[in-house]
Design a binder for this molecule. Structure first.
Ligand code: ATP
Ligand code: MG
Length: 568
């Protein structure tokens, strides 16, 4: 009898893959795929950017193409090298290598030359209207625009004025260069958009060489074409800019500037995440106003924040894969992101015991000074990960949450008279307790069953509860930082009249505890990740010094996404 192999479902292509495969099939770019990731270096990258990185690099990888990293540095006022460095680090950390690194500012001369060419072709003009007048002339969705009185300037005059703008003869804002397209167009972007403005400011790369700077819509497509990008992937809000993207490139009628075929802009839906904000401007405010400790605060949705929190690059890539590529804007549930890191760490994080809220437990029938060294596996399934030595002694720490003086029904943890298993060690029964003046339980007195060391009770009696613990005489104290969502509301931007999105900042998003850890954790290094048994996944914070260990809770053990999914 032959067994039929299940035929794997062919994974359907997303719409960008469909476009790419069609282009590859038709030989459009001689079978080449070239993408780029084009961040503006005005902030740190966030999980939305990670999505864009995964799409651009991922698709190029899939089709044997290449991806450039291009810093879109056309707005010198908000940009900084600090951001450039962090962007490089984050892309590399995600696991991607770019073919070429470019800066839109490297193309300032080419952009300038093409602008002169457009002037000469009668397709661009220097306009002296003020910002306010320009807005008024441009009209709006309901009112058609009016032609600027400067639209009919001669080519000679335009060229002269543009050269003098470039020479720095005019003050900021005095004049602009505009494309001459169609002031009546139903698409506002085509109503003679700005190409250049005067800004006599220092640029982090070109210094004071340029008193004029190109606008995004002009610079972006031209940069793509210079780099011979085949598919220029951007977010949905640029859909209405696509005719402009094409217009700028198509004016090179003689093919003097760009190699054909020209790049094609493709839009996909921006990624949003519940319980956080994603725009760089707002993230910057959170930093500046001190709501978080910095761009890499583990509560931030930034890539450096997630890294510090303990996320792995694999988990972020898996998340990007699972949210998929859509044409409609979407909000991903943060529990899906948490599910991805939990799944990854479940498989690979070594286990350890840590008591977050310590309560002393004394085993009265265990001799003082007596130490039983237990050998416990780092991972319950992966024996190849080896074992660690865990000391079991008379005085241990257990978690306050694992003891109730008045035990409710179905309470299988510790309570007066109850018996539990200390994970990997032995059975103990609670025989008494000590309270302080305020009535708080400060110490438990238990007896252990020496016959149960490393296993079950010799008489086979049933003990349902297992709790974690740490030897008090060997414990390593550490600061443990527990995080909750940064915003209490799912969509912090859904603000009622008169309110502010910052009203939804969660005042309890960080809780710092002094925990007691098993001694094997003493040598943990910044970035190491562990599962603290029964508690969650934790990673060593870079704040850790030799004097004090600091752990961040990456994510708890409870998977709320699995619940959502099973309900769905
Ligand atoms: P923000 O609005 O957060 O400041 P941005 O779009 O201004 O972001 P850029 O530096 O211009 O940031 O973005 C670089 C690339 O990342 C662009 O191609 C952009 O479309 C993409 N990108 C930015 N935010 C998201 C997001 N939330 N989801 C998917 N892609 C994004
Ligand atoms: Mg932008």
């Amino acid at each position: 009898m032959t067994q039929t192999q299940p035929v794997p479902e062919p994974r359907s292509l997303n719409f960008i893959e469909e476009i790419m495969e069609a282009d590859l099939a038709s030989g459009k770019h001689q079978g080449r795929i070239g993408t780029r990731f084009p961040p503006e270096p005005n902030g740190y990258l966030h999980i939305g950017h990670a999505k864009s990185i995964c799409i651009n690099f991922g698709l190029a990888q899939k089709y044997g193409g290449s991806t450039n990293l291009r810093f879109d540095d056309t707005n010198p006022v908000k940009e900084d090298v600090e951001y450039v460095d962090s962007i490089r680090e984050d892309v590399e950390w995600l696991g991607f290598r770019w073919a070429e690194e470019h800066y839109a500012s490297d193309y300032f001369q080419q952009l300038y030359d093409y602008a002169e060419y457009l002037i000469q072709a009668g397709k661009a003009y220097v306009c002296d209207l003020t910002d306010e007048e320009t807005r008024e002339y441009r009209g709006n969705f309901h009112t058609p625009g009016k032609e600027s009185p400067y639209r009919s300037r001669s080519v000679g005059e335009n060229l002269d004025l543009f050269r003098r703008m470039r020479a720095g003869e005019f003050p900021d804002g005095a004049r602009v260069l505009r494309a001459k397209i169609d002031v009546q167009s139903p698409n506002m972007n085509l109503r003679d958009p700005l190409m250049y403005r005067i800004r006599r400011v220092h640029h982090h790369r070109t210094g004071d060489a340029w008193p004029i700077y190109p606008m995004y819509d002009y610079a972006h497509g031209v940069s793509d074409a210079i780099e011979r990008i085949t598919h220029s992937i951007c977010t949905l809000e640029f859909e209405d800019h696509r005719p402009l993207y094409d217009w700028f490139l198509n004016q090179d009628v003689e093919g003097r500037f760009f190699t054909r075929p020209l790049p094609r802009q493709i839009e996909f839906a921006r990624l949003n995440l519940t319980h956080t904000v994603m725009s760089k401007r707002r993230l910057l405010l959170l930093v500046q106003e001190g709501h978080v400790t910095g761009w890499n605060d583990p509560r931030m949705p930034t890539i450096c924040g997630l890294r510090r929190r303990g996320y792995t690059p694999e988990s972020v890539r898996a998340f990007a894969e699972r949210v998929g590529v859509a044409k409609r804007d979407m909000v991903a549930d943060v529990s899906l992101l948490e599910h991805c890191i939990r799944e990854d760490l479940e498989a690979q994080a070594p286990r350890a015991m840590a008591v977050l809220r310590p309560l002393k437990l004394v085993i009265t029938n265990l001799t003082e000074g007596e130490t039983h060294w237990l050998e416990l596996p780092f991972h319950p399934e992966k024996t190849e990960m080896g074992t660690r030595k865990v000391p079991f002694t008379r005085e241990i720490w257990i978690d306050q949450d694992d003891f109730r003086e008045e035990a409710p029904k179905k309470w299988f943890r510790l309570a007066p008279g109850a018996e539990v298993r200390l994970r990997g060690a032995a059975l103990v029964r609670c025989e008494g307790l000590v309270k302080d003046d305020s009535g708080q339980v400060v110490e438990l007195h238990c007896t252990w069953d020496p016959g149960s060391l490393g296993g079950n009770a010799p008489d086979g009696r049933k003990v349902k509860g297992t709790i974690h613990w740490v030897s008090a005489s060997h414990a390593v104290p550490a600061e443990v930082r527990l995080y909750e969502q940064l915003f209490t509301q799912e969509d912090p931007m859904d603000v009622p009249e008169g309110g502010d999105w910052r009203d939804f900042i969660n005042p309890h998003s960080l809780e710092a505890l002094t925990a007691q850890l098993e001694p094997s954790l003493a040598s943990a290094k910044a970035g190491d990740r562990f599962q603290f048994e029964r508690t969650g996944y934790f990673s060593v914070d870079p704040d850790s010094g030799s004097a004090a260990l600091v752990f961040n809770r990456t994510v708890g053990l409870k998977d709320s996404w699995a619940k959502i999914e099973s309900k769905g």
